[in-house]
Design a protein around this ligand. Structure first.
Ligand code: NDP
Length: 315
């Protein structure tokens, strides 16, 4: 017998979908992943304190928040499998899902909530100071006490980098934007904001050559992309904003995506280009990338999957 609903991904979107679907008696099976696209639980597992998720006035550690959501999904009756999905066949119905244990599952409906992975600079020192001054999310981590009234840096020249820099001006004493070219990719309106902000200083034509420090980040060695010269700046926080990669490799091009690789969904809906397949969370969201938004879209996906199954069955 096919599963009624298979959910792929265990971030806020997938686990919220699992809670709603289980409570609607859909007996969902959720692949929480193993190593593909990051560890189970998603990007909050690599965040420190989460202070903007409603319901936790003192904040909550990202790992604790995800452990709570996971437990709630299990308590609601969802079945969690600690496996990666390797492949899904969307040309057959019920959909066929191949997991890493080489078992084939079949499903009447599927929610893809496999998230996105922040691109990171490939430096050993980046790994060393990750979570010790380096983050890929200023909105998540920027307000932490360690960054207050300190000099901070954002790396990148797109809208995310510029928005993160603006966000950080509320907390840091100064914010550098480090960009590898002499022209931003971001929208003109964002460019104007950062170029005129008194706390923001832009370092054009620079890449990070090394992250510096002892136990925590305390500086950056920069390389000029035009002259090749090296320089150093003292910062206690560095925020990488060099783009995200949606985790969709297991879909092997069977779904419509936008030009950046995010799954396309119908307006105000989680419906995708394939009937019975829904997408929720960061894998279909290039704009907000917030846990609370992902959780909301997971809820939408579960409700839409339930309605779709009912309509198909003529209920
Ligand atoms: P983008 O891909 O637009 O920008 C990434 C930036 O990082 C680019 O400036 C790029 O440089 C730089 N970069 C990439 N790789 C490296 C590297 N290895 N070393 C140094 N720099 C690097 O990603 P964003 O996340 O900024 O934006 C993604 C999409 O989301 C865009 O379409 C954006 O407009 C949209 N967005 C919209 C927002 C809004 O409307 N409010 C907010 C945030 C994002 P280079 O320019 O040289 O390629």
């Amino acid at each position: 017998m096919p599963e009624r609903l298979v959910i792929i991904g265990s971030g806020p979107a997938g686990l919220t979908a699992a809670i709603y679907a289980a409570r609607a008696n859909m007996q969902p099976v959720l692949f929480e992943g193993f190593q593909s696209g990051g560890i189970p639980g998603g990007q909050l597992m690599i965040t420190n304190m989460v202070e903007n998720f409603p319901g936790f006035p003192e904040g909550i550690f990202g790992q604790q928040l995800m452990a709570n959501m996971r437990q709630q999904a299990v308590n609601s009756g969802a079945r969690l499998l600690t496996e990666d999905v390797l492949e899904i066949d969307l040309n057959s119905y019920p959909f066929k899902i191949l997991s890493m244990s080489e078992e084939i599952y079949t499903a009447d409906s599927v929610i893809v909530s496999s998230g996105a992975t922040a691109k990171r600079l490939p430096l050993e020192s980046e790994v060393k100071f990750w979570g010790r001054g380096i983050s890929a999310c200023a909105v998540c981590d920027g307000a932490l006490p360690v960054f207050r009234n300190k000099e901070l840096a954002v790396i990148g020249g797109g809208d995310t980098a510029l928005e993160e820099a603006m966000h950080l001006t509320q907390f840091g004493s100064k914010v550098y934007i480090i960009h590898r070219r002499d022209e931003f990719r971001a929208s003109k309106v964002m460019q104007k904001r950062v170029l005129t902000h008194p706390k923001i200083s832009i370092l054009w034509n620079k890449t990070v050559d090394e992250f510096l420090g002892e136990t925590r980040l305390n500086g950056l060695r920069l390389k000029d992309t035009v002259t090749g010269e090296f320089s150093e700046i003292a910062v206690t926080g560095a925020f990488e904003a060099i783009g995200h990669q949606p985790n969709t490799s297991f879909l092997k091009g069977q779904l419509q995506k936008d030009e950046q690789g995010y799954i396309k969904t119908a307006p105000d809906s989680t419906k995708t280009s394939i009937e019975g397949l829904f997408a929720a969370g960061d894998v279909q969201d290039p704009h907000y990338r917030q846990a609370i938004v992902a959780a909301g879209s997971g809820c939408m996906a579960a409700i839409e999957a339930e309605r779709w199954l009912q309509e198909r069955a003529g209920i």
